[in-house]
Design a binder for this molecule. Sequence first.
Ligand code: NAD
Ligand code: ZN
Length: 233
Amino acid sequence: MNPDIHNIVILTGAGISAESGLATFRGPDGLWEGHRVEDVCTPEALARDEALVHRFYDERRAKLAEVQPNAAHQALAALDAQWPGDLLIVTQNVDDLHERAGATRLIHMHGELKSALCAACGKAVPWAAALPPGTPCDGCRKPALRPDIVFFGEMPYEMDRIDAAVRDADLFVSIGTSGAVYPAAGFVQTARHVGARTLELNLDPSAGSIYFHETRLGPASALVPDLVRELLA
Ligand code: NAD
Ligand code: ZN
């Protein structure tokens, strides 16, 4: 690949974890694991039916024990370990497959299943088990722990750091994301604006395909290792 590439930003979405056995969001019936998004993925849903929302994320957290990182997560972890320039993996996924593959230069912009967030004081704590509603925070003691997931209508994490990295990028790569949810869907436009090369790896062309210099279609488990080999060659 181009020797002028020093700084890389990689955005990942549900498609990179699909081959590990985790569902993407747009099933044929428009439901996500049997639920409407607005019933489990909004602050209003949490206020209306806390038990349902907690149970939904408890099931997804438990499912992590049954799945493994695939070749795409492993290839990105190898790139992270070996790339001499700046590199940042920004994932919209709340699973832990990037870090289990060994990636460290990683931001979970939409939160993490393996974390609980205090709705009263904002303290986040690692969480591996089920999270019953009313669980007390070990900081402020209020019974206010919720899943540490960025719901629709809430602000994604670390946007300043992500924006700075995208503005410095020479190469922006989007992997396994439908490009339908902002602000992540807009990163490619910022990257292009500052002169980065933009590359999309996805099973189908995404909503933002026209913004990429190049789109490669296929499964992440094949496309990502190929790209990493090119970059490290
Ligand atoms: P998505 O399900 O919207 O898109 C997944 C993409 O991955 C699709 O474009 C699909 O073609 C592709 N894909 C599927 N299998 C693949 C494979 N093996 N290899 C490569 N690509 C593959 O997921 P997303 O883009 O991550 O969604 C973005 C964010 O939207 C999520 O992080 C979440 O916060 C939020 N969300 C969206 C919905 C919704 O209905 N849009 C529902 C819940 C959450
Ligand atoms: Zn607290």
